[in-house]
Design a protein around this ligand. Sequence first.
Ligand SMILES: *[C@@H]1O[C@H](CO)[C@@H](O)[C@H](O)[C@H]1NC(C)=O
Ligand SMILES: *[C@@H]1O[C@H](CO)[C@@H](O)[C@H](O)[C@H]1NC(C)=O
Ligand SMILES: *[C@@H]1O[C@H](CO)[C@@H](O)[C@H](O)[C@H]1NC(C)=O
Ligand SMILES: *[C@@H]1O[C@H](CO)[C@@H](O)[C@H](O)[C@H]1NC(C)=O
Length: 423
Amino acid sequence: MGVLHLLFLTLSLTAISTKAHNITQILSPFPDYTTFNNLLTQTKLADEINNRRTITVLVVNNVAISDLATKHPLSTIKTALSLLVLLDYFDGAKLHQLSGGAATTTTTTLYQTTGRAEGNLGFVNITDLKGGKVGFGSAVAGSASDSAYKKEVKKIPYNISVLEVTEPIMAPGILSSSASDMNITARLEKTGCKTFAALITSTGVAKLFQAAANKGLTVFAPSDEAFRAPNAPDLSKLTNAEVVSILQYHALASYSPIGTLKTAKGPIITMATNGAGKFDLTVTTAGDEVTLETGVDSSRIASTLIDSTPLCIFTVDNVLLPPELFGKAPLPAPAAEPVISPSHAPVVSSPSKAPVSAKAPSPVFSPPAPPLESPEEGPAEEPSQVEDSTADSEAGASSVKYPAFVQAVLSASATVVVSVFLS
Ligand SMILES: *[C@@H]1O[C@H](CO)[C@@H](O)[C@H](O)[C@H]1NC(C)=O
Ligand SMILES: *[C@@H]1O[C@H](CO)[C@@H](O)[C@H](O)[C@H]1NC(C)=O
Ligand SMILES: *[C@@H]1O[C@H](CO)[C@@H](O)[C@H](O)[C@H]1NC(C)=O
Ligand SMILES: *[C@@H]1O[C@H](CO)[C@@H](O)[C@H](O)[C@H]1NC(C)=O
Protein backbone atom coordinates (compact mmCIF):
# COMPACT_ATOMS: atom_id res chain seq x y z
CA MET A 1 0.00 0.00 0.00
CA GLY A 2 2.77 2.40 0.96
CA VAL A 3 4.59 2.13 -2.34
CA LEU A 4 1.41 2.20 -4.37
CA HIS A 5 0.17 5.16 -2.41
CA LEU A 6 3.43 7.04 -2.99
CA LEU A 7 3.25 6.25 -6.68
CA PHE A 8 -0.26 7.63 -6.85
CA LEU A 9 0.76 10.66 -4.85
CA THR A 10 3.62 11.38 -7.23
CA LEU A 11 1.46 10.73 -10.26
CA SER A 12 -1.32 12.95 -9.09
CA LEU A 13 0.98 15.77 -8.08
CA THR A 14 2.81 15.83 -11.39
CA ALA A 15 -0.12 15.23 -13.66
CA ILE A 16 -2.88 17.15 -11.92
CA SER A 17 -0.94 19.41 -9.63
CA THR A 18 -3.69 21.99 -9.92
CA LYS A 19 -5.98 19.91 -7.72
CA ALA A 20 -3.56 19.38 -4.87
CA HIS A 21 -5.77 20.99 -2.25
CA ASN A 22 -9.17 22.57 -1.85
CA ILE A 23 -9.21 25.58 0.47
CA THR A 24 -13.01 25.64 0.57
CA GLN A 25 -13.03 22.12 1.90
CA ILE A 26 -10.14 22.78 4.28
CA LEU A 27 -12.03 25.67 5.90
CA SER A 28 -15.51 24.17 5.86
CA PRO A 29 -15.27 22.37 9.24
CA PHE A 30 -14.56 25.69 11.01
CA PRO A 31 -17.69 27.75 11.78
CA ASP A 32 -15.49 30.73 12.79
CA TYR A 33 -14.29 31.18 9.22
CA THR A 34 -17.51 30.85 7.22
CA THR A 35 -17.51 34.51 6.10
CA PHE A 36 -13.89 34.30 5.06
CA ASN A 37 -14.52 31.03 3.25
CA ASN A 38 -17.56 32.40 1.42
CA LEU A 39 -15.58 35.44 0.33
CA LEU A 40 -12.79 33.25 -1.04
CA THR A 41 -15.38 31.53 -3.20
CA GLN A 42 -17.15 34.70 -4.31
CA THR A 43 -13.91 36.44 -5.28
CA LYS A 44 -12.62 33.26 -7.02
CA LEU A 45 -9.52 33.49 -4.87
CA ALA A 46 -10.27 29.90 -3.84
CA ASP A 47 -9.43 28.78 -7.40
CA GLU A 48 -6.15 30.67 -7.35
CA ILE A 49 -5.23 29.20 -3.98
CA ASN A 50 -6.10 25.70 -5.17
CA ASN A 51 -3.97 26.16 -8.27
CA ARG A 52 -0.83 26.98 -6.32
CA ARG A 53 1.45 24.92 -4.21
CA THR A 54 3.65 26.29 -1.43
CA ILE A 55 1.14 28.73 -0.13
CA THR A 56 0.03 30.13 3.22
CA VAL A 57 -3.48 31.43 3.79
CA LEU A 58 -3.96 33.79 6.73
CA VAL A 59 -7.58 33.53 7.84
CA VAL A 60 -9.50 35.87 10.10
CA ASN A 61 -12.65 34.95 11.99
CA ASN A 62 -16.18 36.12 11.21
CA VAL A 63 -16.01 39.01 13.68
CA ALA A 64 -12.67 40.35 12.46
CA ILE A 65 -13.69 40.18 8.79
CA SER A 66 -17.16 41.72 9.21
CA ASP A 67 -16.10 45.34 8.72
CA LEU A 68 -14.32 44.55 5.47
CA ALA A 69 -17.07 42.22 4.32
CA THR A 70 -19.96 44.62 4.90
CA LYS A 71 -18.52 48.02 3.99
CA HIS A 72 -16.65 47.39 0.76
CA PRO A 73 -17.27 46.18 -2.79
CA LEU A 74 -16.15 42.71 -3.78
CA SER A 75 -13.22 44.04 -5.83
CA THR A 76 -11.80 45.74 -2.74
CA ILE A 77 -12.45 42.68 -0.62
CA LYS A 78 -10.59 40.62 -3.20
CA THR A 79 -7.58 42.91 -2.95
CA ALA A 80 -7.58 42.81 0.83
CA LEU A 81 -7.91 39.03 0.90
CA SER A 82 -5.16 38.53 -1.66
CA LEU A 83 -2.81 40.28 0.77
CA LEU A 84 -3.58 37.44 3.18
CA VAL A 85 -2.39 34.79 0.74
CA LEU A 86 1.38 34.36 1.03
CA LEU A 87 3.29 32.68 -1.80
CA ASP A 88 5.49 30.74 0.60
CA TYR A 89 4.98 28.15 3.28
CA PHE A 90 4.86 29.31 6.89
CA ASP A 91 3.68 27.19 9.76
CA GLY A 92 3.85 28.00 13.46
CA ALA A 93 7.33 26.53 13.84
CA LYS A 94 8.73 28.46 10.87
CA LEU A 95 7.24 31.70 12.15
CA HIS A 96 8.91 31.29 15.50
CA GLN A 97 12.26 30.55 13.89
CA LEU A 98 12.30 34.00 12.33
CA SER A 99 13.86 35.41 15.46
CA GLY A 100 17.01 33.40 14.69
CA GLY A 101 18.18 35.73 11.92
CA ALA A 102 16.68 39.00 10.84
CA ALA A 103 13.67 39.88 12.96
CA THR A 104 11.67 40.74 9.82
CA THR A 105 11.02 38.61 6.77
CA THR A 106 9.41 40.11 3.68
CA THR A 107 7.19 37.75 1.73
CA THR A 108 5.27 38.00 -1.56
CA THR A 109 1.49 37.87 -1.55
CA LEU A 110 -1.03 36.87 -4.20
CA TYR A 111 -1.80 40.56 -4.63
CA GLN A 112 1.66 41.07 -6.11
CA THR A 113 0.75 38.71 -8.97
CA THR A 114 -2.10 40.97 -10.10
CA GLY A 115 0.32 43.60 -11.35
CA ARG A 116 -1.70 46.26 -9.62
CA ALA A 117 0.54 46.46 -6.60
CA GLU A 118 2.67 49.59 -6.75
CA GLY A 119 5.97 49.64 -4.89
CA ASN A 120 5.90 47.34 -1.88
CA LEU A 121 2.12 47.04 -1.78
CA GLY A 122 2.16 43.39 -2.79
CA PHE A 123 4.52 42.39 0.02
CA VAL A 124 3.94 41.59 3.65
CA ASN A 125 6.45 41.82 6.47
CA ILE A 126 6.42 39.14 9.10
CA THR A 127 8.00 40.50 12.24
CA ASP A 128 9.09 38.73 15.38
CA LEU A 129 7.71 40.95 18.08
CA LYS A 130 9.11 40.60 21.56
CA GLY A 131 7.66 37.98 23.87
CA GLY A 132 7.22 35.25 21.24
CA LYS A 133 4.55 37.17 19.31
CA VAL A 134 4.59 37.31 15.52
CA GLY A 135 3.04 40.23 13.64
CA PHE A 136 2.01 40.65 10.01
CA GLY A 137 1.89 44.02 8.28
CA SER A 138 2.17 45.64 4.87
CA ALA A 139 5.80 46.07 3.74
CA VAL A 140 5.01 49.63 2.64
CA ALA A 141 7.13 51.98 4.72
CA GLY A 142 5.37 53.29 7.78
CA SER A 143 2.85 50.44 8.02
CA ALA A 144 2.27 48.80 11.37
CA SER A 145 2.44 45.06 12.06
CA ASP A 146 -1.05 45.13 13.39
CA SER A 147 -2.26 41.68 12.45
CA ALA A 148 -1.01 39.16 14.97
CA TYR A 149 -0.55 35.42 14.57
CA LYS A 150 -3.09 33.40 16.58
CA LYS A 151 -2.80 29.73 15.68
CA GLU A 152 -2.31 27.01 13.11
CA VAL A 153 -5.57 25.92 11.53
CA LYS A 154 -4.41 23.29 9.04
CA LYS A 155 -1.18 22.31 7.37
CA ILE A 156 -0.04 20.03 4.61
CA PRO A 157 3.71 20.50 5.09
CA TYR A 158 5.41 22.64 2.47
CA ASN A 159 2.29 22.78 0.31
CA ILE A 160 -0.41 24.67 2.12
CA SER A 161 -0.62 26.15 5.57
CA VAL A 162 -3.66 27.88 7.01
CA LEU A 163 -2.99 30.18 9.95
CA GLU A 164 -5.40 32.34 11.89
CA VAL A 165 -4.43 35.98 12.40
CA THR A 166 -6.25 38.65 14.40
CA GLU A 167 -7.30 40.93 11.54
CA PRO A 168 -6.88 41.67 7.82
CA ILE A 169 -3.60 43.29 6.74
CA MET A 170 -4.34 46.85 5.72
CA ALA A 171 -1.94 48.37 3.22
CA PRO A 172 -2.16 52.09 2.39
CA GLY A 173 -4.82 52.86 -0.23
CA ILE A 174 -5.99 49.29 -0.46
CA LEU A 175 -9.57 50.13 0.40
CA SER A 176 -9.84 52.43 -2.61
CA SER A 177 -7.72 50.78 -5.29
CA SER A 178 -8.86 49.67 -8.72
CA ALA A 179 -7.20 48.62 -11.99
CA SER A 180 -7.76 52.02 -13.54
CA ASP A 181 -5.61 53.57 -10.81
CA MET A 182 -2.56 51.73 -12.01
CA ASN A 183 0.09 53.81 -13.74
CA ILE A 184 0.57 51.76 -16.93
CA THR A 185 3.65 53.70 -18.05
CA ALA A 186 5.38 53.28 -14.72
CA ARG A 187 4.56 49.59 -14.78
CA LEU A 188 6.01 49.16 -18.30
CA GLU A 189 9.17 51.06 -17.39
CA LYS A 190 9.80 48.72 -14.50
CA THR A 191 9.50 45.59 -16.59
CA GLY A 192 11.89 46.01 -19.51
CA CYS A 193 9.60 48.01 -21.79
CA LYS A 194 11.15 51.46 -21.29
CA THR A 195 11.21 52.36 -25.00
CA PHE A 196 7.55 51.52 -25.46
CA ALA A 197 6.70 53.43 -22.27
CA ALA A 198 8.61 56.47 -23.49
CA LEU A 199 6.92 56.33 -26.92
CA ILE A 200 3.39 56.08 -25.56
CA THR A 201 4.12 58.94 -23.18
CA SER A 202 5.62 61.28 -25.78
CA THR A 203 2.83 60.64 -28.29
CA GLY A 204 -0.03 60.87 -25.80
CA VAL A 205 -1.10 57.27 -26.47
CA ALA A 206 -0.53 56.53 -22.76
CA LYS A 207 -3.53 58.73 -21.97
CA LEU A 208 -5.70 56.69 -24.36
CA PHE A 209 -4.54 53.50 -22.71
CA GLN A 210 -5.13 54.85 -19.25
CA ALA A 211 -8.63 55.95 -20.21
CA ALA A 212 -9.41 52.50 -21.65
CA ALA A 213 -7.92 50.63 -18.70
CA ASN A 214 -11.11 50.56 -16.68
CA LYS A 215 -13.35 49.58 -19.61
CA GLY A 216 -11.24 46.89 -21.21
CA LEU A 217 -7.68 47.08 -22.53
CA THR A 218 -5.10 44.61 -23.75
CA VAL A 219 -1.58 45.82 -24.52
CA PHE A 220 1.14 43.93 -26.39
CA ALA A 221 4.23 45.76 -25.19
CA PRO A 222 7.42 45.12 -27.19
CA SER A 223 10.47 44.67 -24.99
CA ASP A 224 13.39 47.07 -25.21
CA GLU A 225 15.33 44.39 -27.16
CA ALA A 226 12.51 44.31 -29.73
CA PHE A 227 13.13 47.99 -30.52
CA ARG A 228 16.88 47.34 -30.90
CA ALA A 229 16.45 44.37 -33.26
CA PRO A 230 17.72 44.79 -36.86
CA ASN A 231 14.20 44.46 -38.29
CA ALA A 232 12.71 47.06 -35.93
CA PRO A 233 11.28 50.05 -37.76
CA ASP A 234 13.26 53.29 -37.86
CA LEU A 235 10.71 55.46 -36.12
CA SER A 236 12.59 58.63 -36.97
CA LYS A 237 11.63 58.07 -40.63
CA LEU A 238 7.93 57.97 -39.82
CA THR A 239 5.43 60.75 -39.27
CA ASN A 240 4.02 61.29 -35.82
CA ALA A 241 0.63 59.96 -36.98
CA GLU A 242 2.29 56.78 -38.25
CA VAL A 243 4.08 56.24 -34.93
CA VAL A 244 0.76 56.70 -33.13
CA SER A 245 -0.83 54.08 -35.42
CA ILE A 246 1.97 51.64 -34.71
CA LEU A 247 1.58 52.13 -30.96
CA GLN A 248 -2.19 51.75 -31.11
CA TYR A 249 -1.67 48.66 -33.22
CA HIS A 250 -0.15 47.13 -30.07
CA ALA A 251 -3.41 47.35 -28.12
CA LEU A 252 -6.98 46.08 -28.15
CA ALA A 253 -9.87 48.05 -26.66
CA SER A 254 -11.05 44.92 -24.88
CA TYR A 255 -9.95 42.64 -22.09
CA SER A 256 -8.40 39.62 -23.83
CA PRO A 257 -6.35 37.45 -21.50
CA ILE A 258 -4.33 34.63 -22.98
CA GLY A 259 -7.15 32.08 -22.82
CA THR A 260 -9.38 34.44 -24.78
CA LEU A 261 -6.69 35.13 -27.39
CA LYS A 262 -6.22 31.40 -27.87
CA THR A 263 -9.85 31.05 -28.87
CA ALA A 264 -9.88 34.06 -31.22
CA LYS A 265 -11.02 33.00 -34.67
CA GLY A 266 -10.13 35.21 -37.58
CA PRO A 267 -8.54 38.64 -37.45
CA ILE A 268 -8.89 40.75 -34.31
CA ILE A 269 -9.17 44.50 -34.56
CA THR A 270 -6.77 46.75 -32.69
CA MET A 271 -6.98 50.28 -31.34
CA ALA A 272 -5.39 51.45 -34.61
CA THR A 273 -8.25 50.02 -36.67
CA ASN A 274 -10.21 52.84 -38.31
CA GLY A 275 -11.74 53.79 -41.64
CA ALA A 276 -8.35 54.17 -43.29
CA GLY A 277 -6.98 50.74 -42.56
CA LYS A 278 -7.78 47.41 -41.04
CA PHE A 279 -4.77 47.28 -38.73
CA ASP A 280 -5.82 43.86 -37.55
CA LEU A 281 -3.92 40.93 -36.11
CA THR A 282 -4.31 37.19 -36.44
CA VAL A 283 -3.60 34.89 -33.53
CA THR A 284 -2.06 31.46 -33.99
CA THR A 285 -1.60 28.99 -31.18
CA ALA A 286 0.79 26.06 -30.93
CA GLY A 287 0.45 24.39 -27.56
CA ASP A 288 1.00 27.10 -24.98
CA GLU A 289 2.74 29.41 -27.42
CA VAL A 290 0.59 32.21 -28.77
CA THR A 291 1.80 34.16 -31.78
CA LEU A 292 0.45 37.38 -33.24
CA GLU A 293 0.68 37.63 -37.03
CA THR A 294 0.45 40.98 -38.75
CA GLY A 295 0.81 39.83 -42.36
CA VAL A 296 4.28 41.43 -42.46
CA ASP A 297 5.88 40.01 -39.36
CA SER A 298 4.86 38.09 -36.29
CA SER A 299 5.68 37.95 -32.64
CA ARG A 300 5.41 35.44 -29.88
CA ILE A 301 3.66 36.59 -26.71
CA ALA A 302 6.59 36.36 -24.34
CA SER A 303 4.93 36.92 -20.98
CA THR A 304 1.88 38.20 -19.18
CA LEU A 305 2.82 41.29 -17.18
CA ILE A 306 -0.64 41.97 -15.88
CA ASP A 307 -3.88 40.08 -16.05
CA SER A 308 -6.27 41.97 -13.87
CA THR A 309 -9.79 42.26 -15.22
CA PRO A 310 -10.38 44.43 -17.25
CA LEU A 311 -6.72 45.13 -18.01
CA CYS A 312 -4.22 42.78 -19.56
CA ILE A 313 -0.62 43.60 -20.51
CA PHE A 314 1.64 41.18 -22.37
CA THR A 315 5.21 41.56 -23.50
CA VAL A 316 6.04 40.60 -27.08
CA ASP A 317 9.42 39.80 -28.67
CA ASN A 318 9.04 41.88 -31.82
CA VAL A 319 7.59 45.22 -32.77
CA LEU A 320 4.38 44.41 -34.66
CA LEU A 321 4.48 45.88 -38.15
CA PRO A 322 1.06 46.72 -39.62
CA PRO A 323 0.79 45.92 -43.37
CA GLU A 324 -0.88 49.31 -43.85
CA LEU A 325 2.51 50.92 -43.16
CA PHE A 326 5.03 48.18 -43.91
CA GLY A 327 3.28 46.18 -46.61
CA LYS A 328 6.02 46.92 -49.17
CA ALA A 329 8.91 45.86 -46.97
CA PRO A 330 11.09 43.05 -48.39
CA LEU A 331 10.26 39.85 -46.59
CA PRO A 332 12.54 37.11 -45.35
CA ALA A 333 11.80 33.59 -46.57
CA PRO A 334 9.04 32.18 -44.39
CA ALA A 335 10.33 29.90 -41.67
CA ALA A 336 8.78 26.53 -40.97
CA GLU A 337 5.15 27.10 -40.07
CA PRO A 338 4.29 26.35 -36.46
CA VAL A 339 1.90 23.49 -35.93
CA ILE A 340 -1.49 25.05 -35.58
CA SER A 341 -3.93 23.29 -33.34
CA PRO A 342 -6.97 21.89 -35.17
CA SER A 343 -9.33 24.38 -33.58
CA HIS A 344 -7.41 27.16 -35.24
CA ALA A 345 -7.16 25.59 -38.65
CA PRO A 346 -10.18 27.31 -40.20
CA VAL A 347 -8.78 30.80 -39.71
CA VAL A 348 -10.44 32.95 -42.31
CA SER A 349 -7.57 35.03 -43.59
CA SER A 350 -4.47 32.90 -43.44
CA PRO A 351 -1.48 34.72 -42.02
CA SER A 352 0.09 34.92 -45.47
CA LYS A 353 3.03 37.19 -45.97
CA ALA A 354 1.31 39.08 -48.77
CA PRO A 355 0.57 42.71 -48.04
CA VAL A 356 -3.08 43.13 -47.20
CA SER A 357 -4.98 45.77 -49.09
CA ALA A 358 -6.19 48.54 -46.88
CA LYS A 359 -9.40 48.64 -48.93
CA ALA A 360 -10.37 45.05 -48.19
CA PRO A 361 -13.79 44.74 -46.57
CA SER A 362 -13.56 44.46 -42.84
CA PRO A 363 -13.79 40.91 -41.53
CA VAL A 364 -17.08 39.64 -40.18
CA PHE A 365 -15.34 37.53 -37.64
CA SER A 366 -13.85 40.30 -35.54
CA PRO A 367 -14.86 39.99 -31.91
CA PRO A 368 -16.80 42.97 -30.59
CA ALA A 369 -14.32 45.58 -29.41
CA PRO A 370 -16.13 48.84 -28.88
CA PRO A 371 -14.27 51.96 -29.91
CA LEU A 372 -12.80 53.99 -27.09
CA GLU A 373 -15.33 56.75 -27.12
CA SER A 374 -18.27 54.36 -27.23
CA PRO A 375 -20.44 54.67 -24.14
CA GLU A 376 -21.33 50.99 -24.37
CA GLU A 377 -20.69 48.75 -21.42
CA GLY A 378 -17.23 47.27 -21.61
CA PRO A 379 -16.29 43.84 -20.34
CA ALA A 380 -15.61 45.45 -16.97
CA GLU A 381 -19.05 44.45 -15.79
CA GLU A 382 -18.45 40.74 -15.95
CA PRO A 383 -14.89 40.04 -14.92
CA SER A 384 -15.48 36.69 -13.32
CA GLN A 385 -17.10 35.16 -16.36
CA VAL A 386 -13.98 35.82 -18.41
CA GLU A 387 -11.74 34.33 -15.78
CA ASP A 388 -14.04 31.35 -15.51
CA SER A 389 -14.09 30.56 -19.17
CA THR A 390 -10.30 30.77 -19.24
CA ALA A 391 -9.98 28.39 -16.35
CA ASP A 392 -12.50 26.03 -17.87
CA SER A 393 -10.85 25.93 -21.24
CA GLU A 394 -7.45 25.32 -19.68
CA ALA A 395 -8.80 22.55 -17.52
CA GLY A 396 -10.50 21.10 -20.58
CA ALA A 397 -7.32 21.26 -22.61
CA SER A 398 -5.21 19.53 -20.00
CA SER A 399 -7.67 16.75 -19.37
CA VAL A 400 -7.72 15.93 -23.07
CA LYS A 401 -4.05 15.02 -22.87
CA TYR A 402 -4.67 11.91 -20.80
CA PRO A 403 -6.38 8.76 -22.01
CA ALA A 404 -9.54 7.89 -20.12
CA PHE A 405 -8.05 5.11 -18.02
CA VAL A 406 -5.15 7.30 -16.89
CA GLN A 407 -7.62 9.98 -15.96
CA ALA A 408 -9.62 7.48 -13.97
CA VAL A 409 -6.48 6.45 -12.09
CA LEU A 410 -5.49 10.05 -11.60
CA SER A 411 -8.81 11.22 -10.29
CA ALA A 412 -9.04 8.17 -8.07
CA SER A 413 -5.62 8.99 -6.68
CA ALA A 414 -6.62 12.62 -6.31
CA THR A 415 -9.50 11.51 -4.16
CA VAL A 416 -7.14 9.38 -2.11
CA VAL A 417 -4.75 12.30 -1.75
CA VAL A 418 -7.46 14.76 -0.78
CA SER A 419 -8.95 12.42 1.74
CA VAL A 420 -5.52 11.65 3.18
CA PHE A 421 -4.80 15.35 3.44
CA LEU A 422 -8.05 16.04 5.15
CA SER A 423 -7.91 13.20 7.60
C1 LIG B 1 -13.80 22.11 -3.09
O1 LIG B 1 -14.70 21.71 -2.05
C2 LIG B 1 -15.99 22.29 -2.14
C3 LIG B 1 -16.79 21.94 -0.90
O2 LIG B 1 -16.27 20.88 -0.20
C4 LIG B 1 -16.66 21.81 -3.41
O3 LIG B 1 -17.95 22.37 -3.52
C5 LIG B 1 -15.80 22.24 -4.59
O4 LIG B 1 -16.36 21.75 -5.79
C6 LIG B 1 -14.38 21.75 -4.45
N1 LIG B 1 -13.56 22.34 -5.47
C7 LIG B 1 -12.77 21.66 -6.26
C8 LIG B 1 -12.01 22.42 -7.27
O5 LIG B 1 -12.67 20.45 -6.18
C1 LIG C 1 9.60 45.50 5.79
O1 LIG C 1 10.83 44.81 5.81
C2 LIG C 1 11.85 45.39 5.02
C3 LIG C 1 13.07 44.53 5.15
O2 LIG C 1 12.77 43.18 5.01
C4 LIG C 1 12.15 46.80 5.51
O3 LIG C 1 13.08 47.41 4.65
C5 LIG C 1 10.86 47.62 5.50
O4 LIG C 1 11.11 48.88 6.06
C6 LIG C 1 9.81 46.90 6.33
N1 LIG C 1 8.57 47.66 6.29
C7 LIG C 1 7.92 47.98 7.39
C8 LIG C 1 6.67 48.75 7.22
O5 LIG C 1 8.31 47.68 8.50
C1 LIG D 1 4.06 18.88 -1.18
O1 LIG D 1 4.65 19.40 -2.35
C2 LIG D 1 5.86 18.78 -2.72
C3 LIG D 1 6.38 19.49 -3.92
O2 LIG D 1 6.48 20.84 -3.68
C4 LIG D 1 5.64 17.32 -2.98
O3 LIG D 1 6.86 16.70 -3.29
C5 LIG D 1 5.05 16.68 -1.74
O4 LIG D 1 4.76 15.34 -2.00
C6 LIG D 1 3.80 17.40 -1.33
N1 LIG D 1 3.32 16.85 -0.07
C7 LIG D 1 2.09 16.53 0.11
C8 LIG D 1 1.76 15.94 1.42
O5 LIG D 1 1.24 16.73 -0.75
C1 LIG E 1 3.11 57.55 -14.21
O1 LIG E 1 4.49 57.25 -14.09
C2 LIG E 1 5.31 58.10 -14.88
C3 LIG E 1 6.75 57.60 -14.81
O2 LIG E 1 6.95 56.57 -13.94
C4 LIG E 1 5.21 59.52 -14.38
O3 LIG E 1 6.04 60.35 -15.15
C5 LIG E 1 3.75 59.96 -14.48
O4 LIG E 1 3.61 61.23 -13.94
C6 LIG E 1 2.85 58.98 -13.75
N1 LIG E 1 1.47 59.35 -14.03
C7 LIG E 1 0.57 59.50 -13.09
C8 LIG E 1 -0.81 59.85 -13.54
O5 LIG E 1 0.83 59.35 -11.90
